[in-house]
Design a protein. Structure first.
Length: 91
């Protein structure tokens, strides 16, 4: 129960692949994906509530606008649409 969720999150934090997490925890791919998705949503909601300021102000006192985008980079394998492990880049 809780121990399995913590195990999945620990393996994710140490950058284990989803395949490795499934093999090590003996959970189904659907269960692991749900745990990771739900955790992502909780983290996202928590960050949205934080009074966090990035960017600040320039020399003229104008606010600096910061835009954040996320992309997942991966190597295409046989030009198929199935899931392939990749790296998330924030920029």
């Amino acid at each position: 129960a809780v121990e399995r969720v913590i195990g999945v999150l620990y393996l994710w934090l140490v950058k284990s692949s989803q395949t490795a997490i499934i093999q090590l925890t003996k959970l189904t791919s659907k269960t692991v994906a749900k745990i990771l998705h739900d955790s992502y949503r909780l983290i996202q909601a928590d960050l949205a509530q934080q009074n966090m300021e990035i960017g600040g102000y320039d020399e003229n006192g104008e606010p600096i606008v910061v835009e954040l985008d996320e992309s997942k980079f991966r190597k295409r394998k046989y030009h198929r649409g199935h899931h392939v492990e990749g790296v998330w880049i924030l920029g």
